[in-house]
Design a protein around this ligand. Structure first.
Ligand code: ATP
Ligand code: MG
Ligand code: MG
Ligand code: MG
Length: 564
């Protein structure tokens, strides 16, 4: 190891706080702020201070090493993107309020990239012309922007955040499966190296006929995701996937089909029934068409302007759904994931449209609606609705044992996209037989900044952060617990450790009591704390292991030998 320089706390911009920030809901949020790792800039937007930047960089480095190891090539695409590709894919409208949109001085529309499937497809279309150019895997570690409805929990859910996103391009389905498997294995190594306890869960039920998709979840009470796992077999799934598996498509029912709008209600019938003005803003609603509970609405899952909704709706025979429609239908509170192509259909209740009034819901593709859609069979119940999606003890779809339910943080997501984007952008390469072949894609994401918070959630205790060695901002925190002799010994220890290649934080701050320094050291959470205190004249120090809390007095020479 090459020698390192000592980071002196007297020179470090890391102001610790004794009090929790008032708005902090989660452990990681409180501690990352209090320990001086991050500061809030605006809602969901964070400044990474020196200690935080070191941890973020350590996570990025591990991600980068493992992506390079599977042959993925690092690139950097713009964050500022033109509207057109997102119009081609339909996501300019599908994303709704989630997109940060802006205009340049000439009035042209731009967005801040929330994820980059479109742009990567275009890059490959430009660069790869023959099957010989494929397969190719590309990745970037980049800032992403999503105007999240509820940015909270600190860097766990930012409106600006760091993501590693990668994309694979293959000519065959087997090739895609291989690229997917490579990513899956790389992700396992990444999360293992980071020291993150994690589970891989299926995100889409195989029974859907949809492409493979799995999430990497870090179990933690602060997590916003619920997942199930089976105590008797290796089944694990997010709630959408398991719910679908538990309530499979009823063969009697026709599958979801996209329909033109004339079958759906008029704005006047909706507004009148809800007792709101036609100009009101509402979430999606659910109605009955021809006696069947049917989803209609507008793209996306966010608030809609009833006036705009009206443009999509022509006169039709429509009854609005009422509470009675739900009383004999326990299946109506089951969740579900939409099939590929239709997109996710979401089921939201607006506070002003309390359960028991009426709902309509829409497919998230412009100018289409879903009909013959049964809530619970065909679309997911969103968290806005106070309903239980799946309960502990529900039968495991694989072996029937009672399922366990747990909270977790989504730290990664891998997805076989298939030809959706290649179709949208006409991404073909010249095949072996001289004919064009349509390319098939995968997309893979890791929340790099979220992983920092997830690690904090899993490892911190009531005294502060306690980083795994691989991501910690330093290897050893040397504390000069006293002036003169202790300070001199601490300096020597720090230099020796740094000389041996360890990253050292030295608390050389004058005028602070040993108690304050030790409290700060525990809050900051470096794996080892070496204290030069009362027995410094005898060259005896105390060595503490932050995570386990073990502490031991020993001669400095022994402590150095132990650490190096
Ligand atoms: P979530 O369900 O938490 O909203 P997502 O499914 O929308 O996440 P993806 O589109 O799958 O996210 O993005 C890939 C990864 O990026 C996620 O697995 C997550 O780790 C991370 N991520 C997504 N949104 C955020 C955010 N707002 N802040 C921080 N990290 C995020
Ligand atoms: Mg999201
Ligand atoms: Mg998700
Ligand atoms: Mg996801």
């Amino acid at each position: 190891m090459s020698s390192q320089h000592v980071q002196r706390m007297s020179r470090l911009m890391a102001k610790t706080l004794r009090e929790d920030p008032a708005d902090a809901e989660t452990l990681s949020h409180r501690l990352l702020v209090r320990a001086g790792y991050v500061r809030r800039s605006s809602a969901g937007v964070w400044t990474w201070l020196p200690l935080g930047k070191k941890v973020l960089d350590n996570v990025s480095r591990i991600v980068r090493e493992e992506m390079d190891a599977i042959g993925a090539q690092e690139v950097l695409l713009p964050g500022l993107l033109p509207k057109e590709p997102y119009e081609v894919s339909g996501r300019w409208s599908e994303y709704g309020d989630l997109l940060f949109r802006l205009k340049d001085r000439k009035g042209a529309d731009y967005l801040l990239g929330p994820t980059h499937e479109e742009i990567f497809t275009l890059v490959v279309k430009d660069q790869c012309t023959s099957y010989k150019d494929l397969p190719v895997m590309l990745y970037q570690i980049q800032t992403k922007y999503r105007d999240e409805a509820r940015p909270r929990s600190g860097v766990l859910r930012g409106r600006e955040f760091q993501m590693k996103d990668s994309y694979s391009f293959d000519v065959s389905d087997e090739g895609l499966a291989e690229s997917y498997a490579l990513h899956r294995a790389a992700y396992q190594r990444i999360f293992e190296r980071l020291g993150l306890d994690h589970r891989i869960v299926s995100a889409v039920s195989g029974a859907m006929g949809g492409s493979a998709s799995e999430e990497f979840l870090a179990p933690a009470p602060a997590g916003e995701d619920t997942f199930v796992d089976c105590p008797s077999c290796d089944y694990a799934a997010n709630t959408e996937a398991v719910t679908f598996a538990l309530a499979p498509v009823d063969a009697e029912h026709p599958a979801i089909e996209e329909v033109d709008t004339p079958d759906t209600p008029t704005i006047e019938t909706l507004a009148a029934h809800l007792g709101v003005p036609a100009s009101a803003t509402l979430k999606n609603l659910l109605v009955k068409v021809d006696g069947e509970i049917t989803a209609v609405g507008v793209p996306g899952d966010r608030e809609v302007d009833l006036g705009k909704l009206g443009e999509h709706l022509a006169p039709a025979v429509v009854e609005l759904v009422t509470a009675e429609d739900f009383t004999d239908r326990p299946d109506l509170v089951r969740g579900y994931v939409g099939p590929q192509g239709l997109g996710k259909v979401r089921y939201l209740a607006d506070p002003r449209v309390a359960p028991g009034t009426s709902w309509v819901t829409g497919a998230n593709r412009a100018d289409t609606h879903a009909r013959n859609v049964v809530c619970g069979r065909d679309f997911e119940v969103d968290q806005y609705l106070d309903v239980v999606v799946v309960e502990p003890g529900d039968p495991c779809p694989r072996c029937g044992a009672g399922l366990r339910l747990d909270r977790a943080i989504e730290i990664g997501h891998i997805f076989q996209l298939g030809r959706k984007y290649a179709d949208a952008f006409g991404l073909d390469v010249l095949g072996r037989e001289g004919k064009p072949v349509r390319v098939t894609m995968g997309s893979y994401g890791i929340g790099v900044s979220r992983a920092v918070a997830a690690l904090a959630e899993q490892t911190a205790d009531e005294r502060g952060l306690a980083w795994p060695a691989a991501v910690a901002p330093a290897d050893v925190h040397v504390v000069a617990a006293g002036k003169a002799v202790p300070l001199a010994l601490a300096e020597r220890a720090a230099e020796a450790l740094a000389g041996a290649g360890l990253r050292v934080l030295l608390d050389d701050r004058p005028g602070l009591s040993p108690g304050v320094k030790l409290t700060d050291a525990e809050l900051i959470g470096v794996p080892w704390i070496l204290v030069a205190g009362r027995r410094s004249a005898d060259e005896v120090v105390e060595l503490q292991h932050r995570a386990t809390g073990t502490r031991e007095e020993l001669p400095l020479a022994d402590a150095l030998a132990r650490l190096t």
